[in-house]
Design a protein around this ligand. Structure first.
Ligand code: SF4
Length: 312
């Protein structure tokens, strides 16, 4: 009778298989607004939606129950919503007990007041900086709209401020036709980030490939060859913190969640985890756990250097 019971339901009901890959490290884009105009941006201000904080917390709780250990917030510029992200980081640390929190920002809106209030809940501050030459930043669009260029000064100030607050500093650089020949060694050594992420500029239809694809940006004239990217890496190979990401490594190796908590399967949004739960929504993601591991997605990501967490 027991055997009969155990196979009978499977004749009529097809249960979804649990998704095999846990969402260990999640990258969330809570809001697309930004005060910069980077020509290569692939998460542009196509809408200004932001999830109410109680719904955001519910989704994060579901992710935590499904295995999330690390949350990164990207943008848009996250610090255009300082209280919102501050309260999210506080929730992640105090309630969800996440191992690590991080944010990717352009540095322009980070304040000491915010760090005094919320810095204790943030492990890693990633600051975007493609060049230490103002003209190059101007060409990249890496500057605050209409306010002149103090981007380099801001990056250096925020890096120093974060270190004083015990927050680890990461630098993210996008390599394009404008900066692939630059030598950034001295400035990077001075900032001394624990991780310097160097990306090859990426084209994405609907975001940065011109009006024909419904994009708000056009980065087609910024692309570089693999050889040009490699020559940039070769020039900076003595930097111990450098981690390179070419186009192949970037695709499908991030678990990206958009402003509505939908996984972006490179990069079409699927169903929201608030509607269908984490395991179902993950099926829409296009996420490749192996590529995530191969690109070093699991590393010593807390406030203090710890043995890398690799046994998953
Ligand atoms: S700083 Fe630049 S790349 Fe980042 S969200 Fe703003 S416009 Fe896009």
């Amino acid at each position: 009778m027991n055997r009969f019971k155990s196979w009978l339901p499977s004749l009529f009901i097809s249960y979804p298989e649990p998704h095999p890959d846990p969402p260990v490290s999640v990258n969330w884009f809570p809001n697309r607004r930004c005060n910069y105009e980077c020509a290569f941006c692939f998460h542009t201000t196509k809408n200004t939606f932001i999830l109410p904080i109680d719904k955001a917390k519910l989704a994060l709780r579901l992710l935590s129950e499904a295995g999330m250990k690390k949350l990164n917030i990207s943008g848009g510029e996250p610090f255009l919503n300082p209280k919102h992200i501050g309260e999210i980081f506080k929730f992640c640390k105090e309630e969800l007990k996440l191992e690590a929190t991080s944010v990717v920002c352009n540095g322009s809106k980070v304040t000491e007041k915010w760090l005094n209030e919320y810095g204790q809940y943030l492990d890693v501050m990633a600051i975007s900086c493609d060049s230490f030459n103002s003209d190059t930043n101007e060409k990249q669009g890496r500057r605050e709209n209409g306010k002149g260029d103090n981007h380099i000064g801001k990056v250096q100030d925020v890096a120093a401020l974060c270190k004083r607050h015990g927050i680890r500093v990461k630098i993210n650089s996008v390599i394009t036709i404008n900066n692939w020949q630059e030598d950034m060694n001295d400035h990077i050594s001075e900032i001394d980030p624990f991780r310097w992420k160097v990306f090859q500029v990426l084209l994405l239809d609907g975001e940065n490939t011109g009006a024909e694809t419904g994009s708000l940006r056009d980065a087609r004239n910024l692309i570089i060859t693999t050889e040009q990217f490699q020559s940039f890496l070769e020039r900076h190979k003595s930097q111990p913190s450098l981690v390179a990401e070419d186009n192949e490594a970037m695709k499908d190796s991030y678990l990206n969640l958009d402003e509505e908590m939908r996984y972006e399967g490179w990069k079409k949004p699927g169903r929201s985890i608030l509607d269908v739960g984490v395991a179902e929504a993950l099926r829409d993601s296009g996420f490749d756990y192996k590529t995530f591991i191969d690109r070093g997605g699991i590393y010593d990501w807390g406030r203090t250097a710890q043995p890398p967490i690799v046994d998953w």
